[in-house]
Design a protein around this ligand. Structure first.
Ligand SMILES: [Zn+2]
Length: 411
C-alpha cells in the first residue's frame, strides 16, 4: 500500500514539476520521491551476481540496466570488449539536449565477489543502512545514474548538449576491455561524473585517486631432500622472507605512496627444500613518477641477499594511472559544494588520493575537461564479505546535487 501511494504521488509531482519548469524546489521534491524507487532498483541490482569474470551474470545485469534505460524511452547500446570471452560488454546510452555541454556519467556493474556469495550478503534494510553484495561498490553508482536520468526526463531538463552514460563490467580487474573507451569518452567530454561511492564518515567529491602497480618478487634457489640433505639445498623461502622483511619500509604515506606485500607462495611438498618462491606487493601512488623511484629502490635492495647462491628478481607492473586535481575539476567541485549548500548538505572536496584507484583516472588521461569522482552513495565495506552497505539518507541529496549539476554545468 505504501509502495502504491509512493508511485501515485510521484506521478502527480512529476506532472506538477514539469508544468512549473525544473526549479530547485521541484528537483528537491522529486529527488525525495525517488528514494523508495532507488531502493527498489538497488535491490534488483544487488540480487544479480556479477563478478568481473562471471560473464553470464554480467549479461544478466546488463539486460536489467538496458531494460531500465529503455523503460525511460532511451535507446541503449551494448559495446563489446576485447577479448569478449574474458570481460563483460559495456552498456552505453546517449541523450541529446538543447545546450552545448558534453557530460559523461560512468559507473561499473561488476563486483569483486564470486558466484554464491550473494547468499551471505542478501539485500536488506536496517535503519538507514541498505546492505547488499557490491551495493556500495558500485551498484549504488549504477542506481544513481538510472535515477538521475529519470529525474532529468521527468523534469524535462535538457540544458546540456549531450549526455553519455557508460557502464562497464571490468573495473574490478583493472578495466582491460573498457579503459580505451573510457579514455576516449573523457577526451570528448567537458565534464565526467564518475559514480563510485563516498564514505559513511562524511560525504565528499573526490578529485584525486591513486595509481596502482604490482611488484612481483621471485626467488630461485635449489631443491634438496629436507631430511637427508638439507644443506645441499638453497632455501628460496628463506631468501624470500629476508627480502620481504628488508622491503617492508617502502611506504611513504605523506606522499601517498603505499607498498604492502600481500601474497606469497613457496615449495611444492613438505619434505623438500623449496627451490622457488614468489611474493606480490600491492603498490599505490599519487603520481606515476613515484613508481619509478620505488622500482629503483626495489632493484637496489634485492642485491642484499641472505643466501648468496639464490637468484632474486623483482618486477613492477604499472596498472591504473592516478587521477589528479585540476583547475577545471576544482571549479566543478566548487559548483557541487554550492549546490549541496542549497539543501544544507555537508560535503567536502577531496584533493588528495587515499589509496583507491578508479576508472575516473582513465577518463582523465587525455581530457581537457573536468573529472569528478564519488557520485555514488555514502557507503562502507567495499570488498568485504559481510558488511557492505550504503546510507539511504545519502540518496536524496546525491540525486538532487547530480541533477542540479547536469542542469547548470557550463564548460
Ligand atoms: Zn568500484
Amino acid at each position: 500500500m505504501l509502495r502504491y501511494l509512493m508511485t501515485c504521488c510521484l506521478t502527480l509531482v512529476v506532472g506538477g514539476a514539469a508544468a512549473q519548469g525544473a526549479d530547485p524546489a521541484a528537483i528537491r521534491l522529486l529527488s525525495g520521491q525517488q528514494v523508495p524507487l532507488a531502493l527498489q532498483t538497488l535491490e534488483k541490482l544487488v540480487s544479480i551476481e556479477s563478478g568481473s569474470r562471471d560473464l553470464a551474470g554480467l549479461a544478466k545485469i546488463r539486460q536489467l540496466i538496458e531494460a531500465e534505460l529503455n523503460a525511460m524511452g532511451l535507446a541503449s547500446e551494448v559495446i563489446a570488449t576485447t577479448p569478449a570471452d574474458q570481460t563483460g560488454a559495456m552498456v552505453q546510452a546517449k541523450i541529446k539536449g538543447k545546450g552545448t555541454s558534453r557530460i559523461a556519467l560512468i559507473a561499473h556493474m561488476d563486483t569483486v565477489y564470486q558466484r554464491g556469495d550473494l547468499a551471505r550478503q542478501p539485500f536488506r534494510v536496517e535503519g538507514d543502512k541498505a546492505y547488499g553484495l557490491g551495493i556500495a561498490d558500485d551498484k549504488a553508482g549504477v542506481a544513481m545514474i538510472l535515477h538521475t536520468l529519470r529525474m532529468l526526463s521527468a523534469l524535462n531538463i535538457d540544458s546540456f548538449g549531450e549526455l553519455t552514460v557508460l557502464i562497464n563490467g571490468d573495473e574490478e580487474i583493472g578495466s582491460p576491455g573498457s579503459r580505451e573507451r573510457i579514455t576516449q569518452l573523457g577526451q570528448n567530454s567537458d565534464l565526467v561524473i564518475s559514480f563510485e561511492g563516498s564514505s559513511v564518515k562524511g560525504d565528499y567529491v573526490r578529485l584525486a585517486t591513486s595509481s596502482i602497480a604490482r611488484a612481483t618478487l621471485t626467488v630461485a634457489g635449489r631443491a634438496s631432500h629436507s631430511g637427508a640433505s638439507p644443506e645441499q639445498g638453497r632455501n628460496a623461502l628463506y631468501e624470500l622472507s629476508h627480502q620481504i622483511l628488508q622491503m617492508r619500509d617502502l611506504s611513504d604515506p605523506a606522499k601517498g605512496l603505499k607498498l604492502n606485500w600481500t601474497q606469497a607462495s613457496a615449495g611444492t611438498v613438505p619434505n623438500m627444500i623449496p627451490s622457488q618462491a614468489r611474493a606480490t606487493a600491492d603498490v599505490r601512488a599519487e603520481r606515476m613518477s613515484d613508481f619509478d623511484a620505488v622500482e629503483t629502490v626495489l632493484k637496489e635492495r634485492i642485491k642484499n641477499k641472505l643466501i648468496p647462491d639464490t637468484t632474486v628478481t623483482v618486477d613492477l607492473l604499472r596498472g591504473r594511472p592516478a587521477l589528479n586535481a585540476t583547475d577545471k575539476s576544482r571549479a566543478a567541485a566548487r559548483q557541487v559544494l554550492a549546490l549541496a549548500g542549497e539543501i544544507n548538505w555537508k560535503i567536502t572536496m577531496l584533493e588528495t588520493a587515499t589509496g583507491g584507484g578508479t576508472d575516473a583516472a582513465y577518463a582523465s588521461l587525455h581530457t581537457q575537461g573536468a573529472v569528478i569522482e564519488s557520485f555514488g552513495l555514502q557507503g562502507f565495506g567495499a570488498h568485504s564479505d559481510d558488511a557492505e552497505y550504503v546510507l539511504i539518507s545519502s540518496i536524496q541529496p546525491r540525486l538532487y546535487i547530480t541533477t542540479r549539476l547536469i542542469q547548470s554545468f557550463k564548460p
